[in-house]
Design a protein. Structure first.
Length: 233
C-alpha cells in the first residue's frame, strides 16, 4: 500500500505547519509513502479544454504532468493546505481542480481510495481541510480523518507586525502588541494537534492494512456524495 502526501504550502518546509502535519500523518501510517511539496511547482488550474474526456489524461503540460502517475498509483492521499482567505491556497486548489481529468467515461481511477485532509491557518485550518474533504468526495475518496492546526501567519515576521493594523498580531493581541517568539503559533507546540496527526496516520494505516475494499468504499462515498449535493441544493 502506497500513500501520496502533498504539502500545499509554498513556504520552506521548516516554516510550514502544513508540511509538518502532513509529514507526521505519513510517518505514523506504517505504510510506504512519498511526500511532495508544491513549493516552487508551476501548476495551473483546469482550463476546461476537455482534452481529457476521451482518455482521462490532462493535456496541459506543467508540473502536474509528472505528478499524475503518482496520483494514479497511490492507494491513499494525505493532502494539506494553508488557509488563504478562508479557503485553499491557489496551488493546492489548482492541483485538486486538475483531478477533473479522472472524472470522465466512468473513470474509476480514484474511486474508493482513502484520504486524510490537513489544514493550517493563521487562526484556523478548518476551511482548507473541509475543502480538501469536498474534493475527495467528488472523487469518491473517503476522508478517514481531518487534522487542523494554527500556523505562523507571515505578519509575525514581515517586519511590520507590531504596527500594522490589519495584521494577525494586532488581530490576536490588540494595539501595541510586542511580538515575542513564544506567541508565534507553531503546530509542533500544539500537543492536541500533533496527537491528531499521529492518530490520523495510525488510523489510515489500519484502514489500508485491513482488507481495503475499494468497491465498498466507493458505494458508501457515492451515497454520501448524493446526500452532500442534496444538502446544498
Ligand atoms: C495570502 C494569504 C492569505 C491568508 N489568509 C488567511 C485566512 O484567511 N485565515 C487564516 O487563518 N490564515 C490566513 N493566512 C495565514 C496562513 O494560513 C498561515 O500563515 C499558515 O501557517 C500557512 O501555512 P504554512 O505554515 O504551512 O505555510 C493567509 C496567508 C497568506 C499568505
Amino acid at each position: 500500500m502506497k500513500i501520496l502526501g502533498i504539502a500545499g504550502s509554498t513556504r520552506k518546509e521548516k516554516q510550514s505547519g502544513v508540511y509538518t502535519l502532513v509529514q507526521t500523518v505519513l510517518e505514523n501510517t506504517g505504510c510506504e509513502y512519498e511526500l511532495i511539496s508544491l513549493k516552487g511547482k508551476k501548476i495551473s488550474g483546469c482550463i476546461a479544454c476537455l482534452g481529457c474526456v476521451k482518455d482521462n489524461i490532462c493535456k496541459v503540460e506543467d508540473d502536474l504532468t509528472e505528478l499524475r502517475v503518482k496520483v494514479v498509483e497511490a492507494d491513499a492521499y494525505v493532502i494539506g493546505a494553508p488557509n488563504y482567505y478562508s479557503t485553499l491556497n491557489a496551488i493546492t486548489h489548482a492541483f485538486l481542480e486538475r483531478w477533473f481529468q479522472f472524472r470522465h467515461q466512468e473513470g474509476d481511477t480514484l474511486w474508493g481510495k482513502l484520504g486524510v485532509a490537513v489544514g493550517v491557518g493563521g487562526t484556523s485550518g478548518q476551511f482548507p481541510a473541509d475543502e480538501i474533504e469536498k474534493f475527495f468526495a467528488y472523487n469518491f475518496i473517503e476522508t478517514v480523518a481531518k487534522v487542523t492546526g494554527q500556523g505562523a501567519a507571515s505578519c509575525f515576521s514581515c517586519g511590520y507586525g507590531e504596527t500594522c493594523k490589519v495584521g494577525v498580531p494586532h488581530m490576536l493581541y490588540g494595539e501595541g502588541v510586542k511580538i515575542t517568539e513564544e506567541m508565534i503559533p507553531n503546530v509542533n507546540e500544539q500537543p492536541e494537534v500533533m496527537k491528531a496527526a499521529v492518530d490520523s496516520g495510525k488510523l489510515l494505516g489500519q484502514r489500508l492494512g485491513k482488507e481495503h475494499d475499494r468497491i465498498q468504499v466507493t458505494q458508501k462515498m457515492q451515497q454520501k456524495f448524493m446526500e452532500m449535493l442534496e444538502g446544498s441544493a
